[in-house]
Write a protein that binds this ligand. Structure first.
Ligand SMILES: *[C@@H]1O[C@H](CO)[C@@H](O)[C@H](O)[C@H]1NC(C)=O
Ligand SMILES: *[C@@H]1O[C@H](CO)[C@@H](O)[C@H](O)[C@H]1NC(C)=O
Ligand SMILES: *[C@@H]1O[C@H](CO)[C@@H](O)[C@H](O)[C@H]1NC(C)=O
Length: 505
């Protein structure tokens, strides 16, 4: 603990002590800062915000792999999907579809490799499993399959059979999971898709040489072809997946946020203890009770039974995204500025004050000054914090016009905004008088107290979609990937990705 936070703590302790001698109702107005309250350690508004704001983005689900939600989505009519296989026929049982050709090409093998092009015949109703759900995070799927969380390997045909049996009972056409790209498990091809084309696709160069994968099934080169065939096509899956890394993510899928079911819902009490004090990486559904699993399943099924695409009309994807774009890069710059080793402490604190003030400026009026009560008193910032914290949500319809799931989302946005604004105001209070020439002001301790504040805030928010990236950024010839990551697990430090060369670059 540094000097300034020690002083603040002492001031708070003194306030608490003197407050305890007055009636409780008065103690808040008694010089204390009633806006400055830490979020409860078990509160999950930040995590509900993470799950919802990261949906259908590849990158954040690759960094923190564990899924925590069930998100009903619509795929509009007319979107094209691809399916690679060893013959030309449309599947008549549950099968996997790719959003981009590159992802299906890999599966076109055997003696008669084909890639089928299919179009959605009507708006499709899909359930999305977040996280790296095709490989490293299967817990939310087991709740659909068995009504409770189960661990361990489940054969693929059992996954698709059980999911599709449930889907048929609830008007769902398929499921989305994620690996290096999103994949669609389609339950009933004939009802959902029109086959536009079934192409005997040009073979991958490696498959015309390598017999190891399927012995005796080396693919024949096209008659008369000279030179190489497409090479490195497996790595092109990463290339295509990365097109959907960050917001707006995979735009061919429209999330129905009014039906978004989150396992970070405070009503799910069986996860609270196992989650406490752990980073997101170690938060999962292993301890979810059967009763809680059944409760969330019932919530999902009730949400699916309500009309689709007919909710409050609130554009939740943008409500969430505006918060991330407004503060993501600014907080990152603030942390960078405060962490400078080349500038003077005064210069650092001065610049940080300016950055924080700019973030708070929309909420400051000429009435909002401390008057003569500067010092450690932060109470004068209350109206600024209050305006700042309510800015993103005060225009939304009242809760009575929102679905229960939207009420949870609104609470999550409010919790996140509260904490951002609280931390900004605490930082501004620290630096407010930095330009005064006073021996009492220690710029170095102001800067280090501010760095602690912004670091805590960024840890609490954990916006991997903005803050986890290759540093320095990759060149046009490279992809930013997690070291050692393969579709079937492994992977090094997921928060320290590295640039690797693009195939054929
Ligand atoms: C769930 O998290 C706990 C730690 O919080 C860990 O011990 C356990 O291995 C995790 N389980 C899965 C399936 O990830
Ligand atoms: C500050 O810099 C140090 C060393 O350069 C680094 O380890 C640390 O992560 C940085 N902190 C922040 C908040 O950027
Ligand atoms: C300012 O505070 C730092 C600790 O943050 C301390 O090391 C330094 O001696 C202080 N400088 C003055 C002039 O008091």
């Amino acid at each position: 603990m540094n000097a300034v936070s020690l002083v603040l703590l002492l001031v708070e302790l003194v306030c608490l002590a003197s407050g305890s001698q007055t009636p409780l109702t008065l103690s808040l107005d008694n010089g204390a800062d009633n806006w400055d309250k830490e979020p409860d350690a078990d509160a999950t508004g930040n995590r509900i915000f993470n799950s919802a704001s990261e949906l259908l983005q590849l990158w954040p689900g690759t960094v923190v792999v564990q899924g925590h939600s069930l998100a009903p989505c619509i795929i509009p009519a007319g979107h094209i999907f691809y399916h690679g296989r060893g013959n030309k026929y449309m599947p008549n049982e549950p099968e996997w579809l790719a959003f981009d050709f590159e992802h299906s090409y890999f599966f076109a093998w055997g003696r008669d490799p084909h890639v089928l092009t299919l179009a959605a015949k009507r708006p499709l109703r899909i359930l999305n499993f977040d996280g790296l759900s095709a490989h490293l995070s299967g817990e939310t799927q087991t709740i659909i399959m068995y009504g409770e969380v189960r661990q361990g390997h489940i054969p693929t045909h059992e996954i698709s059979n059980r999911l599709c049996t449930w889907a048929a009972q609830h008007g769902i056409d398929g499921f989305i999971r994620m690996e290096e790209h999103f994949e669609l498990i389609e339950c009933d091809f004939a009802s959902s898709f029109e086959l536009l084309e079934s192409l005997r696709i040009i073979p991958q160069d490696e498959r015309t040489k390598d017999e190891r994968r399927i012995p005796g099934e080396r693919v024949k080169r096209p008659d008369g072809w000279i030179g190489s065939l497409p090479t490195n096509s497996q790595k092109e899956v990463d290339v295509a997946g990365k097109w959907h890394d960050r917001a707006p993510g995979e735009t061919r899928v429209r999330v129905q946020y009014d039906k978004f079911v989150s396992f970070y819902d405070p009503a799910v009490t069986s996860l609270v203890e196992s989650r406490r004090g752990k980073p997101r990486e170690q938060q999962n559904l292993t301890t979810l009770s059967r009763a809680d699993a059944q409760m969330k399943l019932a919530e999902l099924e009730a949400a699916l039974a309500r009309p689709w695409d007919a909710g409050s009309g609130v554009d939740w994807a943008s409500v969430l995204h505006v918060v991330v774009e407004r503060y993501g890069e600014r907080l990152e710059l603030l942390a960078h500025t405060l962490n400078s080793t080349t500038r003077s402490s005064y210069e650092i604190a001065y610049k940080a004050r300016q950055q924080v003030l700019m973030m708070l400026t929309p909420h400051f009026t000429i009435e909002d000054t401390p008057g003569s009560g500067v010092g450690s008193n932060k109470a004068w910032l209350a109206p600024v914090v209050q305006r700042c914290a309510s800015m993103q949500t005060r225009g939304l319809p009242p809760n009575g016009l929102l679905s229960p799931q939207e009420v949870l989302l609104r609470g999550a946005v409010e919790d996140v905004m509260n904490e951002i604004c609280r931390r900004l105001a605490r930082m501004f209070a620290l630096a407010y008088d930095i330009e005064e020439e006073s021996e009492k002001i220690n710029a170095s301790s102001v800067a280090s107290a501010m760095l602690a504040e912004v670091t805590d805030l960024m840890t609490w928010l954990d916006w991997t979609q903005v803050w986890v990236k290759c540093k320095p950024a990759c060149t046009i010839e490279e992809l930013c990937l997690i070291p050692g990551h393969t579709p079937f697990g492994g992977g090094g430090d997921r928060r320290n990705p590295k640039c690797v060369r693009k195939p054929n670059a």
